[in-house]
Design a protein around this ligand. Structure first.
Ligand SMILES: [Zn+2]
Length: 173
């Protein structure tokens, strides 16, 4: 039977392999090897390493699925928070309320008989202005939460990218 001499890829020892063997453990380091035959040449490949690569890839694939779900969930939490943190609409309403209140007062000054329609305009105007501190404190409350959420989303997306790279790298090998 033909015997070929090969070098153990793990410990570098010379090993003899007969033609009928596809898998064996190195006598020197004990690592399991696969005999890869291609054409007239043969080479050794550690079995453990293959299993480990496969395990890393599977872990990355699982992580990608988990992170995808987590990012989607965080995005759902983000939209109402972002809306609360943005108080520009509130400022616009308060501005219009202020103008309405002034207009109401002017109407009353021009003609005291128009109190019946001037008064509601002033009241609604003041009510709109009064809402502003409320909206602003809600926005001030939401702002740091939004920043924390954004930082978390950023971190998850970064992890996601690195796992995707791991899988892609594995596919090109
Ligand atoms: Zn060895």
């Amino acid at each position: 039977m033909e015997v070929i001499m090969l070098t153990c890829p793990t410990c570098g020892a010379r090993v003899e392999v007969t033609q009928d063997i596809d898998r064996f453990a190195c006598l020197h380091c004990g690592n399991e090897m696969l005999v890869i035959r291609r054409g007239g040449t043969a080479s050794l490949r550690p079995v453990l390493e293959q299993v480990r690569d496969g395990a890393v890839r599977t872990a990355s694939e699982l992580a990608i699925k988990r992170l995808d779900d987590e990012v989607r969930e965080l995005m759902k939490q983000r939209s109402p928070l972002a809306a609360a943190a943005d108080d520009s609409a509130g400022i616009l309403w308060a501005l219009m309320g202020g103008i309405a209140a002034v207009v109401g007062v002017l109407i009353y000054v021009q003609d005291h008989d128009l109190l019946c329609c001037a008064a509601p305009i002033v009241i609604v105007g003041i009510a709109l202005v009064a809402l502003l501190p409320n909206l602003r404190s809600r926005a001030a409350d939401a702002e740091p939460k939004l920043q924390r959420l954004d930082a978390l989303i950023d971190k998850k997306q970064h992890e996601l990218r690195s796992h995707k790279e791991t899988v892609e790298l594995d596919e090109t090998q």
